[in-house]
Design a protein around this ligand. Structure first.
Ligand SMILES: Cc1cc2nc3c(=O)[nH]c(=O)nc-3n(C[C@H](O)[C@H](O)[C@H](O)COP(=O)(O)O)c2cc1C
Length: 311
């Protein structure tokens, strides 16, 4: 029965074998996860953020566990786009999953430079634009919190990205995420992904100091899931649905039930982040779980679930 279920999804102009992705920054460049899971079982793979130049990232400690999740302040540690293309992309080119490269930077010019380097790489299906970074030229305010800056960066990267699918990753640290979503769509985003982490802090009460060297970090994991589901539904209803823009939903997904919630809320696909740290094969198990849910509930194609939330 489960073999009769069609779990393929359309994601913009891409057709994916299933709706399950890895989330940026939680599975490196694939080599790390490949030891635990057959990456061909994924619908999509998103790399950790890549910048124009290599970055060491923040001082340690840069992760800390919380009651129902974790905080991270990695600071975009990565090997830079040139080494990424030479050393990491050849292995990614071999997997069946659609490969999205997450692009980050401190200025619009830096984002554009990374996108230009990736635009002609055959192994890359799309770019995910991490707009949660501080804009150094604008006093360090995150690009993703200001609709005007979101328009500017999205249209600049869209031009540089050529034929690649451009997915803009939204931060939840805003008053109205639908306003930001509409700005990204108006400026040419082909897809949206949400949510990135919530800015948060953990205090060591003995030292009376923040635990993270960076003081603050981004909260992820099960703690954020109901807020993420709400935001996906809001963006779907108020921005994405009428424009036919697919959403990659994420935030605290650990099992197939979580993934299905996001799809009912309006996500065409889902990504697993923190869940892979707890259980490295989590994403592959979710693919199987979605298949079983569809078979058990007489759902012929998983696409039927997308945006099927009742009143
Ligand atoms: C350790 C860690 C590193 C991350 N690095 C990145 C990153 O480099 N770029 C990015 O856009 N998001 C990054 N994220 C955010 C995740 O991709 C995801 O949006 C967020 O964690 C919510 O999903 P989750 O609750 O399933 O982890 C990172 C998250 C974690 C936990």
């Amino acid at each position: 029965m489960e073999n009769m279920v069609d779990i393929s999804v359309e994601f913009g102009r891409l057709r994916l074998s299933n709706p399950v992705f890895t989330a940026s920054g939680t599975c490196g460049y694939a080599g790390e996860l490949g030891e635990f899971m057959d990456l061909d079982r994924l619908g999509g793979f998103v790399t950790k953020s890549i910048t124009a130049q290599p970055r060491m990232g923040n001082a340690t400690p840069r992760i800390v566990e919380t009651d129902a999740g974790m905080l991270n302040a990695i600071g975009l540690a990565n090997i830079g786009v040139e080494r990424f293309i030479l050393e990491k992309l050849p292995a990614l080119a071999k997997i069946k999953a659609a490969v999205f490269v997450n692009v980050a930077g401190e200025t619009i010019e830096e984002y554009v430079a990374v996108a230009q380097n990736l635009a002609n790489q055959e192994a890359v299906a799309g770019l995910e634009l991490n707009i949660s970074c501080p804009n150094v030229a604008k006093g360090g305010i995150s690009f993703g919190t200001d609709p005007e800056q979101v328009r500017e960066i999205t249209s600049a990267v869209k031009q540089a990205a050529g034929q690649k699918v451009l997915m803009v990753k939204l931060t939840p640290n805003v008053t109205d995420i639908a306003v930001i979503a509409r700005a990204a769509i108006d400026a040419g985003a082909d897809a949206l992904s949400l949510i990135n982490t919530f800015t948060a802090m953990v205090i060591d009460i003995k030292e009376r100091r923040p635990v993270l060297a960076n003081r603050t970090g981004g909260l992820s994991g099960p703690a954020i899931k109901p807020i993420a589901v709400y935001m996906v539904n809001k963006v779907y209803n108020e921005a994405a649905k009428e424009r036919g823009i697919p959403i990659l939903g994420m935030g605290g997904i650990r099992n197939a039930s979580d993934a299905i919630e996001f799809m009912i809320a309006g996500a065409s696909a889902v990504a697993v982040g923190t869940g892979s740290f707890v259980e490295p094969a989590c994403a592959a198990k979710i693919v199987e779980g979605i298949k079983k849910y569809c078979a058990d509930n007489a759902i012929a194609g998983v696409k039927e679930l997308v945006g099927s939330l009742g009143a």
